[in-house]
Design a binder for this molecule. Structure first.
Ligand SMILES: Nc1ncnc2c1ncn2[C@@H]1O[C@H](COP(=O)(O)OP(=O)(O)OP(=O)(O)O)[C@@H](O)[C@H]1O
Ligand SMILES: [Mg+2]
Length: 268
């Protein structure tokens, strides 16, 4: 599981959309845990990277999935040449080092796994290591950050109320048009006019009222489109490949998206 030391380097590029940086800073200083909610590709991961940089903390990220066990987070004994030795999991490392621990898509993890977060997420800031028979106090600077996408939420996959209520929530949406233009321009290297056209297309797709699309066009797919255009494709070829294709497998919806691309990104 990766530890990212983003402190020696320049600040990861992140443009604040509302007061998310202030809320994160205040929660960090008060030792509160943070829940980031928002659709895919709206900047949650980049935001945490920028905050870790600003606060001078290492960042340890765990992508959650339904096979993730408490031992994967906390640690386990390994056999090493006939001896057993304990190896810390990423959560335990973060607790010892005072790092920011980012659990991405936390609802994917089983509820019996997330229960280990409870004493850490509230005022106790403690991690019990049952297998070792010890309880660790989180080092100063430790901060638990979890994210999830409410759009994917199902009855089976929801965060327990007792977990949610231990956290401060920050809601993310897609940035406003002028901010998103800047982001697309900067991240993909295309010109301002092209970035503006892509953002108009993205916003039109977000306004569609169709049950057919699981997710609308994210900032991420607009950036990917811009990058294909930077590599020599026309904007509309790029958008077919990076927006229409990934968004849907349904031929009717794809053809509707392609028509929108022709309207918003004319080739001539
Ligand atoms: N406010 C922003 N400032 C700078 N870049 C942004 C911003 N919002 C989105 N981006 C860009 O959008 C892309 C996707 O962002 P990111 O990977 O952080 O999304 P995410 O919300 O973590 O998505 P997922 O839920 O799929 O993990 C990145 O390339 C990032 O640069
Ligand atoms: Mg992410």
């Amino acid at each position: 599981m990766p530890t990212k030391n983003i402190n020696a380097s320049t600040r990861p590029y992140y443009v604040a959309v509302a007061n998310e940086e202030q809320v994160f800073n205040a929660a960090f200083r008060q030792g509160l845990s943070i829940l980031l909610k928002g659709p895919t590709g709206c900047g949650k991961t980049r935001f945490v990277e920028a905050m870790a940089h600003d606060l001078g903390r290492p960042l340890i990220t765990v992508s959650c999935h339904d096979d993730l066990t408490t031992a994967d987070l906390v640690g386990r004994f390994h056999l090493n040449g006939g001896k057993t030795e304990w190896v810390d999991g990423p959560l335990t490392r973060a607790v010892r080092e005072g790092a920011i621990c980012y659990l991405d898509e936390v609802v994917e993890a089983r509820q019996d796994t997330t229960v280990v977060l409870h004493p850490l997420a509230d005022h106790r800031r403690q991690l019990p290591l049952e297998r070792l028979g010890v309880t660790l106090d989180a080092a100063p600077g430790f901060c638990l950050v979890v994210s999830y996408n409410p759009g994917y939420q199902s009855v089976l996959k929801d965060l327990k109320d007792s977990t949610r209520q231990r956290m401060v929530a920050i809601e993310f949406g897609y940035p406003t048009a002028d901010v998103e233009e800047k982001i697309v321009e900067k991240e993909s290297g295309i010109g301002h006019e092209q970035a503006a056209a892509l953002v108009r297309l993205g916003q039109a797709i977000r306004r569609l009222e169709t049950g057919g699309l699981r997710e609308v066009a994210s900032t991420r797919v607009l950036i990917a489109t811009g990058r294909l255009a930077s590599a020599g494709l026309t904007l509309s070829e790029a958008a077919r490949a990076a927006i229409a294709g990934p968004l849907s497998d349904d031929p009717n919806i794809t053809s509707g998206l392609n028509k929108m691309i022709d309207v918003y990104l004319p080739t001539s």
